[in-house]
Design a protein around this ligand. Structure first.
Ligand SMILES: [Zn+2]
Length: 327
Protein backbone atom coordinates (compact mmCIF):
# COMPACT_ATOMS: atom_id res chain seq x y z
CA UNK A 1 0.00 0.00 0.00
CA UNK A 2 1.22 3.48 -0.92
CA UNK A 3 0.05 6.49 1.13
CA UNK A 4 -0.26 10.18 0.36
CA UNK A 5 -1.49 13.37 1.95
CA UNK A 6 -2.28 16.87 0.76
CA UNK A 7 -0.13 19.73 2.06
CA UNK A 8 -1.41 23.30 2.30
CA UNK A 9 -1.78 26.29 4.60
CA UNK A 10 1.91 27.02 5.15
CA UNK A 11 4.57 28.58 2.94
CA UNK A 12 7.27 29.17 5.59
CA UNK A 13 10.18 26.96 4.69
CA UNK A 14 11.46 26.17 8.18
CA UNK A 15 7.99 24.90 9.12
CA UNK A 16 7.67 23.06 5.82
CA UNK A 17 10.84 21.20 6.64
CA UNK A 18 9.56 20.20 10.04
CA UNK A 19 6.21 19.08 8.62
CA UNK A 20 7.72 17.05 5.79
CA UNK A 21 10.03 15.25 8.20
CA UNK A 22 7.06 14.30 10.35
CA UNK A 23 5.10 13.09 7.33
CA UNK A 24 8.07 11.07 6.14
CA UNK A 25 8.43 9.48 9.58
CA UNK A 26 4.75 8.60 9.57
CA UNK A 27 5.28 6.62 6.37
CA UNK A 28 3.77 8.80 3.63
CA UNK A 29 5.06 8.28 0.10
CA UNK A 30 3.21 11.00 -1.83
CA UNK A 31 2.74 14.70 -1.15
CA UNK A 32 -0.01 16.57 -2.98
CA UNK A 33 0.92 20.26 -3.01
CA UNK A 34 -1.92 22.73 -3.46
CA UNK A 35 -0.69 25.35 -5.95
CA UNK A 36 -3.42 27.97 -6.24
CA UNK A 37 -3.60 30.99 -8.53
CA UNK A 38 -2.48 33.01 -5.51
CA UNK A 39 0.58 30.77 -5.10
CA UNK A 40 1.32 31.14 -8.80
CA UNK A 41 1.10 34.93 -8.62
CA UNK A 42 2.99 35.52 -5.39
CA UNK A 43 4.82 32.36 -4.24
CA UNK A 44 6.30 30.89 -7.40
CA UNK A 45 9.89 30.53 -6.18
CA UNK A 46 8.67 29.57 -2.72
CA UNK A 47 6.59 26.78 -4.25
CA UNK A 48 9.60 25.50 -6.21
CA UNK A 49 11.65 25.42 -3.05
CA UNK A 50 8.93 23.55 -1.21
CA UNK A 51 8.24 20.98 -3.95
CA UNK A 52 11.95 20.41 -4.54
CA UNK A 53 12.51 19.83 -0.86
CA UNK A 54 9.77 17.17 -0.92
CA UNK A 55 11.48 15.58 -3.89
CA UNK A 56 14.94 15.64 -2.28
CA UNK A 57 13.48 13.89 0.76
CA UNK A 58 12.23 11.08 -1.46
CA UNK A 59 8.53 11.87 -1.69
CA UNK A 60 6.62 11.54 -4.92
CA UNK A 61 5.22 15.02 -5.56
CA UNK A 62 1.87 15.76 -7.18
CA UNK A 63 0.87 19.37 -7.80
CA UNK A 64 -2.74 20.52 -7.58
CA UNK A 65 -4.26 23.51 -9.48
CA UNK A 66 -6.26 24.19 -6.35
CA UNK A 67 -9.41 26.17 -7.07
CA UNK A 68 -8.04 27.39 -10.41
CA UNK A 69 -10.69 29.24 -12.41
CA UNK A 70 -13.35 27.90 -10.05
CA UNK A 71 -13.36 24.70 -12.11
CA UNK A 72 -11.03 22.68 -9.89
CA UNK A 73 -11.63 21.62 -6.30
CA UNK A 74 -10.19 23.70 -3.48
CA UNK A 75 -10.79 26.52 -1.06
CA UNK A 76 -9.05 29.18 -3.14
CA UNK A 77 -10.43 32.11 -5.13
CA UNK A 78 -9.73 32.78 -8.78
CA UNK A 79 -7.86 35.97 -9.58
CA UNK A 80 -8.08 35.06 -13.26
CA UNK A 81 -11.87 35.31 -13.16
CA UNK A 82 -11.72 38.54 -11.21
CA UNK A 83 -9.48 40.13 -13.86
CA UNK A 84 -11.18 38.47 -16.86
CA UNK A 85 -14.89 38.19 -16.09
CA UNK A 86 -15.75 37.68 -19.76
CA UNK A 87 -13.94 34.33 -19.70
CA UNK A 88 -16.48 33.03 -17.21
CA UNK A 89 -19.27 30.49 -17.54
CA UNK A 90 -22.65 32.02 -18.32
CA UNK A 91 -25.85 30.23 -17.37
CA UNK A 92 -28.91 29.84 -19.57
CA UNK A 93 -30.42 32.97 -17.98
CA UNK A 94 -27.48 34.98 -19.32
CA UNK A 95 -25.77 35.48 -15.94
CA UNK A 96 -22.11 34.99 -15.04
CA UNK A 97 -21.81 32.21 -12.50
CA UNK A 98 -18.28 32.31 -11.10
CA UNK A 99 -16.40 29.55 -12.93
CA UNK A 100 -14.23 29.82 -16.01
CA UNK A 101 -15.51 28.51 -19.37
CA UNK A 102 -13.65 25.34 -20.38
CA UNK A 103 -13.38 26.74 -23.92
CA UNK A 104 -11.64 29.95 -22.80
CA UNK A 105 -8.42 30.26 -24.81
CA UNK A 106 -7.06 32.80 -22.36
CA UNK A 107 -7.54 30.43 -19.42
CA UNK A 108 -5.95 27.50 -21.22
CA UNK A 109 -2.92 29.65 -22.03
CA UNK A 110 -2.67 30.77 -18.40
CA UNK A 111 -2.82 27.16 -17.25
CA UNK A 112 0.01 26.30 -19.62
CA UNK A 113 2.14 29.01 -18.01
CA UNK A 114 1.38 27.35 -14.69
CA UNK A 115 2.30 23.93 -16.09
CA UNK A 116 5.62 25.47 -17.22
CA UNK A 117 6.23 26.65 -13.65
CA UNK A 118 5.43 23.18 -12.27
CA UNK A 119 7.64 21.53 -14.89
CA UNK A 120 10.52 23.74 -13.74
CA UNK A 121 10.35 22.07 -10.33
CA UNK A 122 11.13 18.45 -9.50
CA UNK A 123 7.42 17.59 -9.35
CA UNK A 124 6.36 14.21 -10.74
CA UNK A 125 2.77 14.87 -11.72
CA UNK A 126 -0.08 17.31 -12.07
CA UNK A 127 -2.94 16.31 -9.83
CA UNK A 128 -6.06 17.42 -11.75
CA UNK A 129 -8.40 17.94 -8.83
CA UNK A 130 -12.18 17.45 -9.17
CA UNK A 131 -12.86 19.23 -12.48
CA UNK A 132 -16.47 20.42 -12.65
CA UNK A 133 -18.92 22.86 -14.17
CA UNK A 134 -20.29 25.60 -11.95
CA UNK A 135 -22.14 24.13 -9.00
CA UNK A 136 -23.74 27.40 -7.92
CA UNK A 137 -26.50 26.86 -10.44
CA UNK A 138 -29.73 26.03 -8.68
CA UNK A 139 -32.25 23.49 -9.82
CA UNK A 140 -30.11 21.76 -12.48
CA UNK A 141 -30.92 21.14 -15.33
CA UNK A 142 -33.49 23.94 -15.32
CA UNK A 143 -30.52 26.21 -14.82
CA UNK A 144 -27.20 25.23 -16.39
CA UNK A 145 -23.87 26.49 -17.73
CA UNK A 146 -22.16 27.23 -20.03
CA UNK A 147 -24.03 29.24 -22.62
CA UNK A 148 -21.46 31.97 -23.18
CA UNK A 149 -20.75 33.42 -26.63
CA UNK A 150 -17.85 31.01 -27.19
CA UNK A 151 -19.99 27.99 -26.34
CA UNK A 152 -22.98 29.20 -28.36
CA UNK A 153 -20.94 29.68 -31.49
CA UNK A 154 -19.06 26.35 -31.10
CA UNK A 155 -22.33 24.55 -30.42
CA UNK A 156 -24.05 25.97 -33.51
CA UNK A 157 -21.09 25.06 -35.68
CA UNK A 158 -21.20 21.45 -34.46
CA UNK A 159 -24.92 20.78 -34.24
CA UNK A 160 -26.22 23.08 -36.99
CA UNK A 161 -28.76 24.92 -34.83
CA UNK A 162 -28.54 27.64 -32.17
CA UNK A 163 -27.66 26.46 -28.66
CA UNK A 164 -31.00 26.07 -26.85
CA UNK A 165 -31.86 27.64 -23.53
CA UNK A 166 -33.46 24.40 -22.39
CA UNK A 167 -31.05 21.58 -21.50
CA UNK A 168 -31.07 18.68 -23.95
CA UNK A 169 -28.90 15.71 -24.94
CA UNK A 170 -26.84 17.77 -27.36
CA UNK A 171 -26.02 20.31 -24.64
CA UNK A 172 -25.07 17.47 -22.32
CA UNK A 173 -22.79 15.95 -24.95
CA UNK A 174 -21.34 19.36 -25.81
CA UNK A 175 -20.44 20.01 -22.16
CA UNK A 176 -18.73 16.63 -21.83
CA UNK A 177 -16.85 17.27 -25.02
CA UNK A 178 -15.72 20.73 -23.77
CA UNK A 179 -14.17 19.15 -20.69
CA UNK A 180 -12.60 16.33 -22.69
CA UNK A 181 -11.14 18.84 -25.15
CA UNK A 182 -9.77 20.94 -22.27
CA UNK A 183 -8.02 17.93 -20.73
CA UNK A 184 -6.73 16.65 -24.02
CA UNK A 185 -4.91 19.95 -24.53
CA UNK A 186 -3.75 20.42 -20.92
CA UNK A 187 -2.57 16.87 -20.26
CA UNK A 188 -0.75 16.66 -23.61
CA UNK A 189 1.06 19.85 -22.75
CA UNK A 190 1.99 18.57 -19.28
CA UNK A 191 3.18 15.31 -20.80
CA UNK A 192 5.41 17.13 -23.29
CA UNK A 193 6.97 18.89 -20.31
CA UNK A 194 7.78 15.56 -18.67
CA UNK A 195 4.96 15.50 -16.11
CA UNK A 196 2.55 12.68 -15.41
CA UNK A 197 -1.18 13.37 -15.28
CA UNK A 198 -3.20 12.19 -12.29
CA UNK A 199 -6.94 12.83 -12.59
CA UNK A 200 -9.27 12.81 -9.59
CA UNK A 201 -13.00 12.73 -10.25
CA UNK A 202 -15.67 14.08 -7.95
CA UNK A 203 -17.32 10.96 -6.53
CA UNK A 204 -20.63 11.50 -8.29
CA UNK A 205 -20.52 10.63 -11.98
CA UNK A 206 -23.20 13.01 -13.06
CA UNK A 207 -24.31 15.43 -15.71
CA UNK A 208 -24.85 18.10 -13.07
CA UNK A 209 -21.07 18.41 -12.54
CA UNK A 210 -20.40 17.98 -16.26
CA UNK A 211 -18.47 14.70 -15.94
CA UNK A 212 -21.30 12.39 -16.87
CA UNK A 213 -18.94 9.65 -18.00
CA UNK A 214 -15.50 9.25 -16.37
CA UNK A 215 -14.46 6.91 -19.13
CA UNK A 216 -14.44 9.63 -21.80
CA UNK A 217 -11.54 11.22 -19.90
CA UNK A 218 -9.84 8.03 -18.72
CA UNK A 219 -9.50 7.07 -22.38
CA UNK A 220 -7.10 9.96 -23.02
CA UNK A 221 -3.66 8.46 -23.62
CA UNK A 222 -2.04 11.29 -21.70
CA UNK A 223 -3.78 10.38 -18.43
CA UNK A 224 -1.57 8.13 -16.29
CA UNK A 225 -3.55 7.69 -13.09
CA UNK A 226 -7.24 7.97 -12.20
CA UNK A 227 -8.97 8.23 -8.87
CA UNK A 228 -11.83 9.65 -6.90
CA UNK A 229 -12.60 11.07 -3.48
CA UNK A 230 -15.71 9.44 -1.96
CA UNK A 231 -15.96 11.72 1.08
CA UNK A 232 -18.95 10.00 2.64
CA UNK A 233 -19.55 12.60 5.35
CA UNK A 234 -19.07 15.64 3.10
CA UNK A 235 -21.51 14.21 0.55
CA UNK A 236 -23.79 12.76 3.23
CA UNK A 237 -23.67 9.23 1.77
CA UNK A 238 -23.59 5.79 3.41
CA UNK A 239 -19.93 5.02 4.07
CA UNK A 240 -19.63 1.41 2.93
CA UNK A 241 -21.60 1.74 -0.25
CA UNK A 242 -20.08 5.09 -1.28
CA UNK A 243 -16.44 4.13 -0.71
CA UNK A 244 -17.03 0.62 -2.03
CA UNK A 245 -18.66 1.63 -5.28
CA UNK A 246 -16.13 4.43 -5.94
CA UNK A 247 -13.30 1.93 -5.40
CA UNK A 248 -14.89 -0.55 -7.80
CA UNK A 249 -15.52 2.06 -10.48
CA UNK A 250 -11.96 3.40 -10.32
CA UNK A 251 -10.40 -0.07 -10.31
CA UNK A 252 -12.51 -1.15 -13.25
CA UNK A 253 -11.55 1.92 -15.29
CA UNK A 254 -7.88 1.73 -14.39
CA UNK A 255 -7.63 -1.96 -15.26
CA UNK A 256 -9.48 -1.72 -18.55
CA UNK A 257 -7.47 1.29 -19.70
CA UNK A 258 -4.10 0.31 -18.23
CA UNK A 259 -3.80 3.26 -15.82
CA UNK A 260 -2.56 3.57 -12.28
CA UNK A 261 -5.18 4.45 -9.68
CA UNK A 262 -5.66 6.16 -6.33
CA UNK A 263 -8.41 6.86 -3.81
CA UNK A 264 -8.90 9.61 -1.21
CA UNK A 265 -10.17 9.15 2.32
CA UNK A 266 -11.88 12.00 4.13
CA UNK A 267 -9.74 13.30 6.99
CA UNK A 268 -11.43 16.71 7.35
CA UNK A 269 -14.64 17.93 8.97
CA UNK A 270 -15.11 14.66 10.86
CA UNK A 271 -17.73 15.03 13.61
CA UNK A 272 -16.77 13.94 17.11
CA UNK A 273 -17.26 10.21 17.59
CA UNK A 274 -16.91 9.32 13.91
CA UNK A 275 -13.10 9.20 13.81
CA UNK A 276 -13.03 5.39 13.54
CA UNK A 277 -14.95 5.61 10.25
CA UNK A 278 -11.67 6.43 8.54
CA UNK A 279 -10.46 2.92 9.35
CA UNK A 280 -13.62 1.39 7.95
CA UNK A 281 -13.20 3.41 4.74
CA UNK A 282 -9.58 2.28 4.50
CA UNK A 283 -10.48 -1.39 5.03
CA UNK A 284 -13.17 -1.25 2.35
CA UNK A 285 -10.87 0.37 -0.20
CA UNK A 286 -8.07 -2.09 0.59
CA UNK A 287 -10.38 -5.06 0.37
CA UNK A 288 -11.60 -3.92 -3.06
CA UNK A 289 -7.99 -3.80 -4.26
CA UNK A 290 -7.05 -0.12 -4.02
CA UNK A 291 -3.29 0.17 -3.62
CA UNK A 292 -2.74 3.93 -3.31
CA UNK A 293 -4.61 5.79 -0.59
CA UNK A 294 -4.42 9.49 0.13
CA UNK A 295 -5.84 11.53 2.96
CA UNK A 296 -7.22 15.06 2.74
CA UNK A 297 -5.37 16.55 4.39
CA UNK A 298 -2.30 17.27 6.48
CA UNK A 299 -2.87 17.20 10.28
CA UNK A 300 -6.54 16.40 9.50
CA UNK A 301 -6.93 20.06 8.41
CA UNK A 302 -6.73 21.27 11.99
CA UNK A 303 -5.33 24.58 10.75
CA UNK A 304 -8.27 25.35 8.44
CA UNK A 305 -11.28 26.15 10.59
CA UNK A 306 -13.81 25.83 7.76
CA UNK A 307 -13.08 22.12 7.36
CA UNK A 308 -11.40 21.21 10.66
CA UNK A 309 -12.76 18.12 12.45
CA UNK A 310 -14.28 18.45 15.93
CA UNK A 311 -11.28 16.57 17.30
CA UNK A 312 -8.44 16.89 14.77
CA UNK A 313 -5.86 15.19 17.01
CA UNK A 314 -7.97 12.09 17.22
CA UNK A 315 -8.58 12.02 13.45
CA UNK A 316 -4.86 12.43 12.75
CA UNK A 317 -4.09 9.72 15.28
CA UNK A 318 -6.45 7.42 13.37
CA UNK A 319 -4.57 8.21 10.16
CA UNK A 320 -1.31 7.42 11.95
CA UNK A 321 -2.68 4.07 13.12
CA UNK A 322 -3.75 3.16 9.60
CA UNK A 323 -0.24 3.85 8.33
CA UNK A 324 1.40 2.14 11.32
CA UNK A 325 -0.60 -1.03 10.77
CA UNK A 326 0.86 -1.43 7.30
CA UNK A 327 4.50 -0.52 8.03
ZN1 LIG B 1 -18.67 28.89 -22.35
Amino acid sequence: MKFGVSYFGNRIFEHVREDFLRLWDMGFDILVHTYSENDFAFYRETMSELINYGSDMGFENWVDPWGWGGVFGGEAFSGFLQMNPKEGQVNNLGEYTGGVCFLSRMFRDRMKEWIDAVADTEADAIFWDEPHFQMNTVDFPKEWTCRCERCRSAFEERYGYPMPEVYNDDVSEFRSESVRDFFEEMTSYAKEKGLKNVLCFLPIESDSFGIRDYEALVRLETIDNVGSDPYWLAFDKPLKEFVGSASERILDLSKRHGKDHHLWIQAFKIPKGKEEELKIAYEIAKEKGISTILFWGVYACKHMSHIAPDDPERVWETVRKILDATL
